[in-house]
Design a protein around this ligand. Sequence first.
Ligand code: SF4
Ligand code: SF4
Ligand code: FES
Length: 249
Amino acid sequence: MKQKQGGAGPETNLVPIYIMGERYLVPDSLTIQKALEYAGYQLIRGCGCRGGICGACATVFRMPGSYRIEVGLACQTVVKADMHLTQIPFFPANKAIYNLDDLKPSGSVVASLYPELFKCVGCSTCTRSCPMDIEVMEYVSQAIRGNIAKVAELSFDCVMCGLCAARCPAEEVQYNVAILCRRLYGKHIAHRDEHLAVAVSNVEEKKYDDGLQKLMKAGVEELKKIYVAREVEPEMADEFWVPQNKEGL
Ligand code: SF4
Ligand code: SF4
Ligand code: FES
């Protein structure tokens, strides 16, 4: 369909979509999130970063003639004509309460906080549901084996959207297991970076305070000049690159 539509550009292709069963005509170039707003919805929940990072906009949809429930992040998925959709802004999944300082990085700790891990039937629905293309079933399997480092590595791109848990027949909460493992990994297993330790001690010794004060007192024009003149790390810089001006280090 091609028709003129106020506010959507001089010539906009409009396609029908169904939001919670209601039919709307929206430009075919919009993401689901923008189409929701175009249709008049005000996004109070189910919307955060708008950039595929926060995981707040998990959406399920189905195309006519197909039994398949498809999933996507509303801010990243472009509408398709005749799609039927709804968002799942909140999924009431199990979330273990713990004090990270009291936990050891062991498989038995993960298993005791999330014993339902062992109910996994290996169906791979979680992997197929993940909009970030994460090997979810594989990290669940690594969690069962107690390989915390591998879970942390495999789940690194998880945006906590909840789609895997929403579709899991074994009622797993994959993303909460994963974040527990990443926390354990970060606290106990990951290599301590010396640069980070130096940076933290510099902050504690207030080494950057004068520079920050200078920036806070500068006017807009001065700030623009500083910004334009700043030394930027070249894209292909090797790991030993350091700026010539070491004032801020
Ligand atoms: S969807 Fe649930 S049961 Fe199926 S593989 Fe993933 S975690 Fe296991
Ligand atoms: S692992 Fe689960 S919660 Fe994380 S991004 Fe994939 S579907 Fe979303
Ligand atoms: S709004 Fe944050 S991932 Fe879509």
